[in-house]
Design a protein around this ligand. Structure first.
Ligand code: NAP
Ligand code: ZN
Ligand code: ZN
Length: 347
């Protein structure tokens, strides 16, 4: 028995996404069947759909910012029941025994976590993501969406939210930290909200001067338009941490110069690599690091933090059929600040 599922899929790096259908597995003893209400649209979906990272498998059903309701559960499931409001993020399984898995950092699993889409599971089956009506997921890779968070505006927390929350926590953002958020898109706007909630002094660095008013409304204290080259002098050596969320190729070195002594730039965006010079790093003992989403436990912590602080994403809801237009708008940095697909439009 299997479950017929409607979806939108990419069939090649150059085709637009189009309606498609496939079969989900019948839930096993440890599985949960989720009716998908909304799915956020992450820039990684575009990188994957267009094979910009070189390991895409087609047909591909993108989508890893999934929220919905539990429909039914397998015999062995104790933590979830029909009707629960739940979320699924970027991965749906991992080895469960390596040090990273045991420490709740499953995204860094030594065997590689199983991506929600474009992954190959232990039975050799390719995973399909949230641009679909339903999904079957192991009960240990699901989080609870607090009642106070609207499902649509909570969906992007499953990737954009955790990807910005996790490095702020891990690298010790706190009251008074001089934090810069580079790129005000889906990730960037959540970084502003979390930075503000953690008491940081938040500056947005953006190549879109038209976003200034939004940045301040989202909670930033300052806005710097990076298309004026002079700002790299006036803001030199200013920030303790830069969260770099830019999705397109850009010069890392220029931004390293904005870090204080011992400051660090955390790469979250994953464009083609840019050459890196040693000098801007060594003259002030600056560093560059990276961070990948967050583990299940921390994703739940982030959702609870959002409920406590009244944080949700700023979204524009779209019908499934509008996905290709949404991708084009994201390529023009024209998203305020996350597209979320209403899956009722596919049912
Ligand atoms: P997004 O909503 O499209 O936002 C990206 C932002 O980057 C844009 O809004 C724009 O901000 C800036 N930007 C775009 N093109 C630029 C250019 N040519 N020069 C300078 N800035 C430019 O994308 P997103 O969903 O936030 O994702 C951002 C990146 O993070 C993607 O590469 C994605 O794959 C990656 N990602 C990584 C993780 C992780 O775990 N590390 C998780 C999710 C996503 P301004 O208009 O303000 O300049
Ligand atoms: Zn994502
Ligand atoms: Zn592992």
């Amino acid at each position: 028995m299997s479950l017929p599922t409607s979806a939108y899929a990419a069939h090649s790096p150059t085709d637009e996404l189009a309606p498609w259908s496939f079969e989900r597995r019948e839930p096993g003893a440890a599985d949960v069947l989720i009716d998908i209400a909304y799915c956020g649209v992450c820039h990684s979906d575009i990188h994957f759909a267009r094979n910009e990272w070189g390991f895409s498998q087609y047909p591909m059903v993108p989508g890893h910012e999934i929220v919905g309701h539990v429909v039914r559960v397998g015999d062995g499931v104790t933590r979830w029941k029909a009707g629960d409001r739940v979320g699924v993020g970027c991965f749906v399984d991992s080895c469960r025994t390596c040090p990273s898995c045991l420490e709740g950092e499953e995204q860094y699993c030594d065997s590689g976590s199983l991506f929600t889409y474009n992954g190959t599971d232990k039975n050799g089956v390719i995973t399909y993501g949230g641009y679909s009506t339903q999904i079957v997921v192991d009960e240990n890779y699901i989080v609870r969406v607090p009642e106070s968070l609207p499902l649509d505006a909570a969906a992007p927390l499953l990737c954009a939210g955790i990807t910005t929350y996790s490095p702020l926590r891990h690298f010790g953002a706190k009251a008074g930290t001089q934090l810069a958020v580079l790129g005000l898109g889906g990730l960037g706007h959540m970084a502003v909200k979390f930075g503000r909630a953690m008491g940081c002094e938040v500056t947005v660095l953006s190549h879109s001067p038209s976003k200034e008013a939004d940045a301040l409304k989202l909670g930033a204290h300052h806005f710097v338009a990076t298309n004026d080259p002079e700002v790299f002098n006036t803001h030199a050596s200013k920030f303790e941490m830069i969260l770099n969320t830019v999705s397109a190729e850009h010069d890392y070195n220029a931004y390293v110069g904005l870090l204080k002594r011992d400051g660090q730039m955390v790469l979250l965006g994953a464009p083609n690599p840019s050459p890196l010079s040693a000098f801007p790093l060594l003259v002030k003992r600056r560093s560059i690091s990276g961070s990948l989403i967050g583990g299940i436990r921390e994703t739940q912590e982030m959702l609870d933090f959002c409920a406590e602080h009244g944080i949700v994403c700023d979204i524009e809801t779209i019908a499934m059929s509008e996905i290709n237009v949404a991708y084009e708008r994201m390529m023009r940095s024209d998203v305020r600040y996350r597209f979320v697909i209403d899956m009722a439009t596919l049912k």
